[in-house]
Design a binder for this molecule. Sequence first.
Ligand code: ASP
Ligand code: MG
Length: 457
Amino acid sequence: MIVMKFGGTSVEDAKAIDRVAAIVQGRQSQQPVVVVSAMAKVTDTLLTMAKAAGNGERKTALKLCRSLQERHYNCASELLGTARFTEFHSELGSDFENLDELLRGISAVGEITPRTTDNVAAYGEMLSSKIVAAAFEARGLKGIHVDSRDVLVTDNAYMQAVPQYEETNLRLKERVEPLLSAGQVPVMGGFIGSNRSGITTTIGRGGSDFSAAIFGAGLGAERIEIWTDVDGILTTDPRVCPDARRIKVISFDEAAELAYFGAKVLHPATVLPAIQKNIPVYVLNSRNPGCEGTRITTRAPHSKNIFKAIAAKKRITIVDVAAPRMLLAHGFLKSIFEAFDRHQVAVDVVSTSEVSVSLTVDSNQAIPALAADLAKLADVKYEGRKAIVCLVGENLRETPGIAALVFRELADKKIRMISQGASEINLTFVIEEDEVPEVIQRLHRTFFAELDAEVFA
Ligand code: ASP
Ligand code: MG
């Protein structure tokens, strides 16, 4: 069996769901389990209306709810045709009645808790999975809706609930496997589950990929397909560098480094349950289903190219902390990091010398307050408009002299911090933000001029 997960843009309207049905039809013989996100932007809208209701703004909340209802009705009627839609209509109707009631309750109390937030947020995937299942049926596919809240068991950490694998796997065996054996196509919402008392939970924003990986791992899938709206993971951002090419196969570790530094396609941490069981994960494009996408595997095959990809993360600020007399004193670094922790500022790159520490942080963070705190410990300077450039590839581990090749290309550029992480598969440095396009283009020209046809498209 296989798991096919379709993201928000892949189920955003009737046309998109039609494409999904055709794609799943083509895989029918492989026993697919289909996992869907909420229709694009729906989770955001649900969270907005939950917040509005929590502020006592009942009218705003209900108005938003009406717009969602209309969107789902329109989509369903377009997909199902009059006769089927009339039947299905009442089911959607009672969901929206319940949601209305929930919003009225929240605004009466004037308070929104994480538990109630999950209750509202779960409607996105509940509705999309029902509509997709009905659309499959209408197209002669044996689609059957399975409520993920009866399958994915989590703890009680609302909005960030942690899956309980043993119980979930048991439920997959009980409730999903028999459907597969009967030749049906289970359609399940991602992102949602319930705790042991049966109360609705969600597993964190963007959690549908995670759901797909959990289901795939639990059912022993041959592979997991993550269907999105791009052709896969590319060698670099095509907006910066039109020569960017698709990566056919990449290791989990490489993909993880890339996700961290800005390649937004898929956060590999979310597919860890699959990778741990050696199940390959594919990133595919529902608007271009003929394209073979990117395969993410535990171990990548050897590539003739040194690097797999180049990523850049803009809007970075460098924070320099200098304390000539104190750096070597033990406990100093700890107190620096404690200050970052107190201000909840995440650090990307760190480099140290005998007398100073440089760290990069996202420029959106509360840096002045942090700097004032750090100034109690040492001399502090900070400078914005920087960017992190990160070259990723497993070959870095074995090939000597790579840093020299990279920096020779950038001999006329001011390079600020250089680091090679413990994973030894990335070379990372900091430059001026406005030099990103030129630097990326130059490096891409150097390292991707000739491509290993096994690895790149
Ligand atoms: N709908 C959820 C979100 O937007 C989960 C997902 O799409 O993966 O966060
Ligand atoms: Mg998503």
